[in-house]
Design a protein around this ligand. Sequence first.
Ligand code: GLN
Ligand code: ZN
Length: 737
Amino acid sequence: MTTPRISPFPAATVLGYPRIGRRRELKRALEAYWDGRATADELRRTGRELRRDAWTRLAELGLDRPPSNTFSAYDHVLDTAVMLGAVPRRYRDAAPGEVYFAMARGTGDVAPLRMTKWFDTNYHYIVPEIGPDTVFTADPGKPVAELREARDLGVATRPVLVGPVTFLLLAEGMDVPLDRLDDVLGAYETVLTALAAEGADWVQLDEPALAADRTEAELDAVRHAYRRLGALTGRPGLFVATYFGGIGPALPVLAGTPVEAIGLDLVRGDDHLGDLPEALAGKTVVAGVVSGRDVWRTDADTALATLAGLRERAAQVSVSTSCSLLHVPYDLDAETDLSPELVRRLAFADQKVAEVVDLAARLAVLPSGAVPAVPRVTAPPAATPAPAPAVRTPYETRAAAQARHLRLPPLPTTTIGSFPQTGELRAARAELTAGRLDEAAYDERVRAEIEQVVRLQERLGLDVLVHGEPERNDMVQYFAEHLDGFAVTRHGWVQSYGSRCTRPPILHGDVRRPAPITVRWASYADSLTPKPVKGMLTGPVTIVAWSFVRRDIPLRDVTMQVAEAVREEVRDLEQAGISIIQVDEPALRELLPLRTADQRKYLTWAVESYRHATSSAADHTQIHTHLCYSQADQILTAIEALDADVTTIESARSAGRILPTLRTFPRALGPGVYDIHSPRVPTSAEIEKSLRAILDVLPADRVWSNPDCGLKTRTYPQVEEALTNLVTATHHLRDAI
Ligand code: GLN
Ligand code: ZN
């Protein structure tokens, strides 16, 4: 085997960096381009500027040879599929230059590729589709162009690619996607050769799939892949980055291949450090001691002790982040409203880059053999509320009480909560924040909006109404703004998918509810109509999943504190006369640990916290829950254990797979009857067809008729037409059953 001559790996690095732009420039550019307000050239220029800013910033912060090809116009997994030629035939007819966005967003009648969550993060990637007939043809264009572009700016970089094993494991369309490994490896060889020819001395191959349970066959694939790529002549140095947890049995496998550097997540995965195999002796270990997943400052002494210990066993230790910084906001210095005590505890992307640089400098001057002692900190006692008895009376008793109290028709119609957020409403909120509109005037606008939404629903003939959530900027941030223990940022945007970003709140202290949050809006809506109005809350698991959460007490305890606040809100809604209360848990699946062995424990406390939040409800109060993107079929037992009276789930896009699994579900269900994510309005015949499919598997007296998810992102004309059709279809079937 030829051992390439490779320059030493940089002493400090990061696995990736945010790409949406400090002011969300990429979001604006993409949306302008999609709307026809900007040209492809203008979009490309924004991309170039963002890459230039990122590389210059990283260099300024002291990082040598930063990563490249971490930019993406939509998603890095989609970039990889395109780089490998894995473009399904149905997209190939799109105009040249449009194929990429056609795969991401659909075009004409062709639906986009599926999108799903990137491991246990709130980032969504585009699921590659491959089949036995996919012809893998390498196009190294993008990574080569970025390498060149950076070099022209005077910055040598390390191109980053999704690794071949992770790519195949994420793809769908084949029972055993790894059957295509050798074909894919051929394409990677071409890309690696092209990058080496262009002067790349290192290439980073991301293999986060190794942080989940892997079969022997999959580990064999890892061995084979990196032996084969390692044997390539004239290749760059290979750095296999793993993250989102320890890689356990995959570590000796990787260490037994000729790759020169291995990246380990030592924030989440330090449990495997004890048994680092001897083989690491010849490797560079890229030690992820600075968390790329949260916004907390790194404890430098602990990190340094880890690094010093590792240095005894590896050929070289480089200091790094635990994963890409894609998951955190750019810069803490942009935040001017946070309290100084909180700021002292925080680090965003730029601060984390400074941390790795600083740790590398400290490690360099630490005499070899010296392993600094770590001061033991004892965690403060958790302020967990005493668990209330989390059991309601048996479902049959409750269901009877609710039927008497609510008197709903069969196949009741309802929506998931939000109605379109109009431009005026967003503008009013911005004016309120800027101090140009006073609280009373803003409240007036919200009330006016609620009244319109209620009247619309009455006109449409829906059975259970909602207030439409006009007062909420976001289903988590709104609650965070009204609970103690949270802070919200001004610019802390994090990419969720494509042009979409979220601004996760920071949960930094004990959570308490100083006053009722939603009661006045729900009551107002309720006062306008004789129809039942459903109160709308976000569940404890979702609130913590979509926030940056303190790490000094267990996540379970934090979630229980949030659950207590939700419980108080449920009680107050009930006291205000609201008889249907929906507690949304769309993120229940997202926090599921990657390792099967850890899943049961998580699901147990997640369910416990939900039940704590909802179990005080009286028998005649109907508790609803809603789950979206939850891959409901994978956690069905836990969903059942939530013990909600009515569960609405997203299923319109995957009804064929999900519906059969719901056959034995013991309580009422509202599998969405149409997909709200598409601007296309379904006809009543289409909705009737979905409903019939649902009635084929579920008893009619337990079925609800509702859309897939909230209507927030749609327009009023779309919503009116779609809901008209939903009511027509439901009434038609109601007469038939
Ligand atoms: N009640 C929320 C809404 O309708 C639920 C959103 C969600 O499931 N993500 O907007
Ligand atoms: Zn939803």
